[in-house]
Design a protein around this ligand. Structure first.
Ligand code: C2O
Ligand code: CU
Length: 464
């Protein structure tokens, strides 16, 4: 870790003007040393056929790190600082997906902070209130920037969590690469108007089918984040027993056996895996969606068996998410629809050139200067029920910034997950989402299939 003095020298050498995030100035004395995240171009070996030039990554300034954006480790209830330095050739920001932090730190250009232009930086400082698995990514020109590599995993630790014998963190994503590893067109318009455009190379931690060692007969916490711009996974594990212990950062009340689990873009799952007993045996994490399942990653048992059992692990302590008061909650209808073609709004954060989708009939790409009214102004501290209806034949992973919500009811599911920041809304699903508007500010609400987000399926709530 660099110390504070080295930072100041570093930023002086950069010659850029740093925008000081709200809060940092006031609390500079108490602020922890920032985690450096230099958004920059790099090369990486991703496809079998050749090196990919000009991937985008967050460089933590640590010589031991790989090309992939680092796994950021934070602690529940403790301040965390990060300094974004923009060495790309276009504006960017960082959004901390799922963290219920102050609006000024949320990373949405125009809405919560200025663009961070090339050569400039931005200091983020916040305290994550919840423990669990989260992730981070830009909120500007998202299809290009995330598609090129800017998606990383966040682990918020809780000292009260049960301890495991080891931990494996997996960042699942695809890449749109040609045979020799070069980037190809990031999307096809006709697919953007449907389920989204898929990548051509599938990776976990930027590797094709990586293998991780873990103690034989031991208990492993596997943290999985689906950070792809399009792909919905249906994960399963073969060769070992596993239980689902958390979904989208929040502990499940009663851990249940993993069979097949859908994981849409933006969603996370934490598994407790009991490794096979004998050295050399493998467990395989696979994607079982569609007709030809494939291996995402494998876990290889090493050493003599620790002889642990899944039942040895206590459930994770819950996060402090407020319970909505349903009896007084105002109900807000939200319709997700396809839309007739409009002229897309111009944006410093790039435009895909099309409009295909709308929320409550308004298409918005989500990163233009405040062009639309909020869906609703929520009163600080009050409870609400979003009556959301997916009036399209496609699934949409719908994400709300800054607030967690609970799925109260749905016409398409009987088992309801713990509170979440992202619901994978199924085709024609109608659901009731309950929340307490306990975090003030403007909070974006959008589909996390990025082509849908950028072609209209974005909106926001104002909490005041
Ligand atoms: Cu994962 Cu608007 O973000
Ligand atoms: Cu969508």
């Amino acid at each position: 870790m660099l110390n504070r003095r080295m930072f100041l020298q570093g930023s002086a050498a950069l010659g850029g003007a740093f925008t000081l995030g709200a809060g940092l100035a006031a609390r500079a004395g108490a602020a922890p040393d920032p985690q450096i995240l230099t958004a920059r171009f790099a090369e990486a070996q991703i496809a079998a056929g050749g090196v990919t030039p000009r991937v985008m990554t967050y460089d933590p300034g640590d010589p031991a790190s790989t090309a992939m954006p680092p796994v950021l480790r934070m602690r529940k209830g403790e301040p965390f600082a990060a300094r974004l330095v923009n060495r790309l050739d276009e504006p960017t920001t960082v959004h901390w997906h799922g963290l219920r932090i102050a609006n000024a730190m949320d990373g949405v250009p125009e809405m919560t902070q200025p663009y961070v232009y090339p050569g400039d930086g931005f200091d983020y400082l916040f305290t994550p209130p919840d423990a669990g698995t989260f992730w981070y990514h830009p909120h500007c020109n998202t299809l290009m920037q995330m598609g090129s590599g800017l998606t990383g995993v966040i682990v918020v630790e809780n000292p009260e969590d049960p301890s495991f014998d080891s931990e494996i963190v997996l960042n699942l994503r695809d890449w749109r690469l040609g045979a020799s590893g070069e980037f190809i067109a990031p999307f096809k318009p006709r697919d953007a108007a449907r389920g989204g455009t898929y990548g051509t190379v599938r990776t976990a931690n930027w590797q094709r089918e990586p293998v991780y060692d873990a103690p034989a007969g031991g208990l492993v916490r596997v943290r999985i984040a689906a950070t792809d711009v399009t792909r919905i996974y249906t994960i399963g594990l073969e060769g070992a027993e596993a239980r689902v212990i958390a979904l989208d950062g929040n502990p499940v009340e009663i851990p249940f056996a993993l069979d097949r689990l859908d994981l849409g873009p933006g969603q996370r799952v934490d598994l407790a895996v009991r490794m096979p007993q004998s050295e050399g045996q493998h467990a395989r994490l696979g994607n079982f969606r569609g007709s030809s399942p494939w291996t995402i990653a494998a876990f290889r048992a090493v050493g003599t068996s620790l002889k642990r059992e899944l039942g040895d692990i206590a459930p994770l302590p819950p996060n402090p998410v407020a319970e909505a008061d349903i009896s007084t909650a105002k109900r807000i209808p939200i319709d997700l629809t396809a839309t007739a073609e409009h002229e897309p709004a111009a944006s410093i954060c790039g435009s895909l050139g099309y409009t295909f989708w709308a929320i409550n009939k308004v298409p918005w790409p989500g990163d233009t200067p405040d062009p639309v009214a909020p869906i609703e102004e929520l009163k600080f501290g009050k409870s609400y029920v979003l009556e959301i209806a997916n009036r399209t034949p496609h699934a949409h992973p719908i994400h709300l910034h800054g607030l967690s919500f609970r799925i109260l009811a749905s016409n398409r599911r009987s088992v309801l997950p713990p509170p979440t920041d992202t619901i994978l809304l199924l085709p024609d699903e109608q659901a009731q989402l309950a929340l307490v508007a306990d975090n003030p500010g403007d909070w974006v609400f959008h589909c996390h299939i990025i082509e849908h987000q950028k072609t209209g399926m974005s909106a926001y709530f104002r909490v005041a």
